[in-house]
Design a binder for this molecule. Structure first.
Ligand SMILES: NC(=O)c1ccc[n+]([C@@H]2O[C@H](COP(=O)([O-])OP(=O)(O)OC[C@H]3O[C@@H](n4cnc5c(N)ncnc54)[C@H](O)[C@@H]3O)[C@@H](O)[C@H]2O)c1
Length: 278
């Protein structure tokens, strides 16, 4: 697919993975719309892209707020006329043991990570449909879908929900020729924890970060292997090829294949036990 004059919309485009996605699409001469609750970082990234010759705009958006995303979709329609690739990429993190996570923690993580993706697709689907041709929706999940560690119940629950949503979306949009891919990044050195804390609405109280939670999570999910954490730039190196081939699952990096195999073996064993006693 040539991305020249195609429009790529990226939520969370001001930082980390979203900004790295913007770079690879800009290198293909795509138009870019970077949506982020941190309007200044999105604008700074868009300015850098424009300096490099790209046609890029930034929009301040809270993906948890349906109206805010709908306004952004109108602005993209006005500016670029279409959307060919939608990267529903925003996700926030709140660590905490299950009996420590508050109602506000759950509400925030689910409203951004789950409803945020639903709101984003709902707002931009009409633009994707109107575009025709080769189109993609990329939903950012997480390797923690495959390696659910302790102290991450809100986040892992949200990413499971997002995968379920994307699986159905992929099936529903297949006949329209809109490809839906699920991206499972492993650990990346981004501003994720910092920007999550900054993005949490004041009325929900401060986001608490306890190092002990992170250490417990890393130990439980066996995330200590050397190749588990990388840069966002490295994580997106194969994204365009994966999209071109229409693969449903995109693995960016990480050392957890053995854990996926073990989990699948356990599921298949459960079938075998059932089949032995039908
Ligand atoms: N960093 C990791 O180790 C890692 C691992 C697996 C998956 N992920 C996922 O990758 C995605 C991107 O994360 P990242 O590491 O690039 O983090 P990041 O913090 O660098 O980027 C996320 C961006 O989302 C924005 N954002 C936060 N809440 C928002 C909201 N309500 N509305 C709009 N924008 C909002 C932030 O301002 C930030 O610019 C997330 O879905 C995250 O869950 C990250």
């Amino acid at each position: 697919m040539s991305y020249r004059d195609k429009t790529v919309v990226i939520t969370g485009g001001g930082s980390g993975l979203g900004a790295a996605m913007a770079d690879i699409f800009a290198a293909e001469d795509a138009n870019l719309a970077l949506l982020d609750i941190d309007g200044a970082s999105a604008e700074a990234k868009a300015a850098v892209l424009r300096e490099g010759g790209a046609n890029a705009i930034a929009l301040r958006v809270d993906v948890a707020d349906k109206d805010s995303v709908a306004e952004a979709a109108s602005a993209v329609r006005e500016h670029f006329g279409a959307c060919d690739v939608l990267c529903a990429n925003v996700g926030v993190q709140q660590f905490g043991a299950i009996d420590k996570l508050t109602d506000q923690d759950w509400s925030w993580v689910l409203s951004v990570n789950v409803n945020g993706v639903i709101n984003t697709v709902a707002a931009f689907l009409p633009l994707l449909r109107a575009a025709g041709g080769s189109r993609h929706i990329v939903v950012t999940a997480s390797a923690s879908y495959f390696t659910p560690g302790v102290r991450m119940a809100a986040y892992v629950t949200s990413k499971y929900a997002v995968v379920g949503y994307a699986e159905v979306l992929r099936r529903e949009l297949a006949e329209e020729g809109i490809n839906v891919a699920m991206l499972f990044p492993g650990g990346m050195a981004t501003r994720h924890l910092e920007s999550s804390m900054a993005a949490r609405p004041e009325e929900l109280g401060e986001s608490k970060l306890d190092r002990e939670d992170i250490e417990a999570m890393m130990a439980s999910a066996d995330m200590t292997a050397e190749n588990h954490v990388t840069t966002a730039e490295h994580a997106v190196r194969n994204l365009l090829d994966e999209l071109a081939n229409g693969h449903p699952y995109i693995i960016t990096h990480g050392s957890y294949k053995g854990q996926v195999q073990a989990q699948q073996r356990a599921v298949l064993d459960a079938f075998d036990r059932m089949l032995a006693n039908p």
